[in-house]
Structures are given as structure tokens and as C-alpha cells.
Design a binder for this molecule. Sequence first.
Ligand SMILES: Nc1ncnc2c1ncn2[C@@H]1O[C@H](COP(=O)(O)OP(=O)(O)OP(=O)(O)O)[C@@H](O)[C@H]1O
Length: 229
Amino acid sequence: MSRPDAPLLAVRGAAVGHDGRAVLGGLDLEVGPGDVVAVRGANGTGKSTLVRTVLGLGGLVRGRVELFGTPLDRFRDWRRVGYVPQRTAVTAGMPVTVRELVATGRLPRLRPWQRFTEADRCGVDCALEGAGLAGDGHRQLAELSGGQHRRALVARALAGDPELLVLDEPTAGVDAAAQQVLAATLAGLSATGVGIVVVLHEVGPLAPVLTRTVSLGHPTPVPLSGAVG
Ligand SMILES: Nc1ncnc2c1ncn2[C@@H]1O[C@H](COP(=O)(O)OP(=O)(O)OP(=O)(O)O)[C@@H](O)[C@H]1O
């Protein structure tokens, strides 16, 4: 059961890694409504591993992660969480339009067998606009540049109206104008109480939107001990 007063995301004394071997340890992080937290660090410091861990995709070696006050291993309400992955190879070759991809982000919000309503169509339109793709809904994914494809993944996450939004390098390969659009969109989401975690190499136009930055150090193997929480 989620606690209404709990942070959207809490990471406590966590070590994260692969195959039981931590790449990053001693992590404490809280994300509340309206927070926009940048996760920064050199290549290989564990940014994506941390992000994937808090999304329940494995990687918790020890410590605790809670979403909306619920321990990660008991959390089921994934429609409250939006995710923009770093790698896009899975969708790159799909014969679908941008709009169709973005609409899939809306599906977790629908009841079983429920058809799209006008509100859902508006949600998709807003998501396209928020990612700077208002005029591109009809285009095939395969036609998009790397940066445009990344924006389509951002739009897909926005379409789900998440309460917690996790973005893994959403600005990589994205031109400055589109980064400005994304910055304005994230600022708008933050103002409505959405909590945001964003992995960034370059802060760029997102700088004024950030409320906090977490800097990860160089990768140092962390000895394995203690229980996974
Ligand atoms: N699936 C995996 N299995 C084993 N090790 C992995 C796996 N994925 C990543 N690693 C290793 O974990 C460490 C952290 O990788 P991670 O991708 O989290 O770093 P990052 O900070 O996101 O890097 P980048 O900025 O290059 O995206 C690296 O040493 C990487 O080689």
C-alpha cells in the first residue's frame, strides 16, 4: 500500500550493480513531488544501472528502494512511473508511426478493453507537443534521426501522465531548440508536482529546471556484503 506522505522515490543505503557485484555503493536519494534531480557522472559510473534498479529492472545488491512508500519488490503500480530508456534499438525498426508509439504510453492508464477516449487522444497530442514533435505524429519511426527518436520515447513516457518520471539521457543527440522545449515541458511537469530523475551528460538548457544534482564518482568495485532489502 502506498503512503500518501512518502517520497515518490527513496533510495536508502543502496549498492547497485550486475550479477551481484556492485558498481556503485552508499547511495541515498529522495525524490519528492516537484523535484527535478539530475544524475551526473562520467561514463561507466553506474547512472543507467541506478536508473534501471529503481525501475525494478534488477541491480539492487543491497540497501532499500521504495516507490511511493512501497518497497520495490512489492511495488506493482507501474503506471505511476514513466521511463525514457537510454537505448532505443528495440523500437527503431518497428513499422509504426510516431503517434502509434506515443499512444502505447497511454495504455497503462486504460482499463482492460477500454477504447481511446477524446481525453486519451488529447493526452497523446500534449505528449507529442511536450517533446517537440507536434507536427511529426504521422511519420514512421524508421524515418527519424537519433535525436527525434529519443524525443518520441520522451513523448511516450509523457503520454502516461506519470507522477514520477525517470529519463536516461533524454537530451543526447537532441538539438538545442528541442532541448529548450523539453526543459519547458519538465518545468511544467515539476510545477504540477511530478517528480523527475534525469540522467545528463551535459546539463545545457535543463540547468534552470534542476532542483538538485547527484554526482556519481568513478566506478570502484564495492565488496559484496549485507542483505538485499
Ligand atoms: N548488463 C550488464 N552486465 C554487466 N555489467 C554491466 C552491464 N551493464 C553495464 N555494466 C557495467 O556496469 C558499469 C556501469 O554501467 P552503466 O551503464 O550503469 O554506466 P553509466 O554511468 O550509465 O555509463 P554511460 O554514461 O556510458 O551510459 C560499467 O562498468 C558497465 O560496464
